[in-house]
Ligand binder design. Structure first.
Ligand code: PLP
Length: 435
């Protein structure tokens, strides 16, 4: 498989290059030259296959000959080393719980696959790999955990000061070793902007092998297809499911769209958004107007300019009508997010985190007009990661799993950094001096 840059289709690389570079040098996102069509045999036998077999068959064409088969088997097995249960909530809504991994969020899947591919590629490189990552909360924790102690790699994480939860902040700042946290005095869009500028900085690029681990990286983006297939292995209903995806940068949703294009039987997608509704507005008007993010209760979705938007356009060849046939988008307010958590808990004794609550509300709304259909929400994070929101909704905090208790006792270590490029770069240079 080869990948071209969405900014310039002449810039073509293999999986190894795309993974190491993250973003193309021209600032574009890498995109696969063709999307494999899975044969009927694969789809028909999905329920008889193991997690690892499914993961391997989905990823092998994307990886091509850049990683030997036995290594890829190991990487897949390590990536999927936890459960992906499809839990019924109500009569017509299920939750695919993606939060049973080490940092209790779906991003563990992409981050673990990426870190292990990176570790494999690092073995043959002269320069250190430096992973630069902007996080609105969950990305950083997943990346930190996934890369911790992977030799040949250093990770620099940027997160918006005061805008991540205490659990998230500890996951970013308490590991030490090859994981370095920068607390940026700004919002997530500032963090993302700094990362984008760093990638265009020749001096930095000469010094180290600079790469990203946001969902712009194909090795984080593409493995997210796997759990859509794992959901289907547990789907016993007659109709193909409608899947509601809590969306921020749209990496998760666009991976699901790729899986559907390859043949996975999914009826329809719902892009569930909070007040950051540029995509919802785009589906309604055909016009895309990125803007600054506004803070909400589902803060991992506080994104004003979703980085995977260009991939979604590419998937539908910029055909607005076809895109709207495949995806509906609904924007859900904080008030409705809270009341959804409350109602679902009261009615079904199921605790939603604020992101899943946005998806639940959007899916319930959609199903009202589509009698007979049933759907799946993606449970993108464990409710314990957002204790104060959950408490506000249901009156008590979710109980803390034991390993999280240990984490909370560790010390925070982060460098407070202004959101200007010059100060940011000075901090990065200082970190590089010491590695
Ligand atoms: C990152 C994140 C999202 C948004 O995912 P995207 O792939 O950026 O759209 C949703 N929910 C949670 C809990 C997240 O951490």
């Amino acid at each position: 498989m080869r990948y071209f840059s969405l900014n310039n289709t002449n810039n073509v690389v293999d999986f190894r290059e795309a993974t190491l570079q993250g973003q193309a040098p021209d600032g574009g996102l890498y995109y696969p030259e063709n999307i494999p069509v899975w044969n009927d045999n694969f789809i028909g036998n999905l329920k008889r296959k193991s997690k690892s077999e499914i993961g391997f068959e989905i990823m092998a064409p994307y990886v091509g000959n850049t990683i030997p088969e036995n290594e890829l088997h190991r990487i897949i097995a390590e990536t999927l080393d936890f459960d992906f249960p499809l839990q019924p909530i109500s009569e017509n809504i299920y939750s695919l719980e993606l939060f049973h991994g080490p940092t209790l969020a779906f991003k563990d899947v992409g981050a673990r696959f990426l870190s292990r591919c990176m570790g494999f590629f690092a073995g043959k490189l002269a320069k250190k790999i430096v992973v630069l990552v902007a996080t609105s909360g969950d990305t950083g924790g997943a990346v930190a955990d996934a890369f911790h102690n992977i030799s040949g790699t250093e990770v620099i994480i940027l997160y918006p000061s005061g805008k991540v939860s205490p659990v998230q902040e500890k996951q970013l700042t308490a590991l030490g070793g090859n994981i370095h946290a920068l607390e940026i005095e700004g919002d997530f869009d500032d963090c993302q902007k700094l990362v984008k500028m760093a990638f265009l900085d020749e001096e930095l690029r000469k010094r180290v092998m600079l790469t990203s681990s946001n969902s712009i990286n194909v090795a984080r983006w593409l493995p997210q297809q796997i759990y859509y297939a794992l959901a289907l292995t547990q789907w016993e209903e007659h109709h193909d499911p409608v899947i509601a995806v809590p969306s921020g940068n749209f990496g998760n949703l666009s991976a699901g769209l790729v899986a559907k294009q390859s043949g996975l039987p999914i009826d329809h997608f719902i892009a569930a958004c909070n007040a950051n509704d540029v995509f919802t507005a785009y589906t309604q008007s055909g016009n895309y107007h990125p803007r600054s993010a506004v803070p909400t209760l589902s803060n991992a979705m506080d994104v004003g300019n979703p980085s995977n938007f260009s991939r979604i356009l590419a998937l539908f060849q910029h055909d607005h009508q076809r895109l709207c046939e495949a995806i509906s988008s609904i924007s859900v307010s904080d008030v409705d997010t809270l009341s959804t958590i409350k109602e679902v808990y009261a009615e079904f004794q199921y605790t939603l985190d604020p992101h899943a609550a946005v998806a639940y509300n959007a899916l319930k709304d959609h199903l009202k007009d589509h009698a007979g259909q049933k759907g799946i929400i993606l449970g993108t994070a464990h409710p314990v990661k957002f204790p104060s929101v959950v408490q506000e909704a249901i009156g008590h905090r979710p109980s803390v799993p034991e390993n999280l208790g240990l984490l909370m006792k560790k010390n925070k270590s982060a460098r407070l950094t202004p959101p200007e490029y010059a100060s940011f770069k000075a901090t990065v240079m200082d970190i590089l001096k010491n590695i």
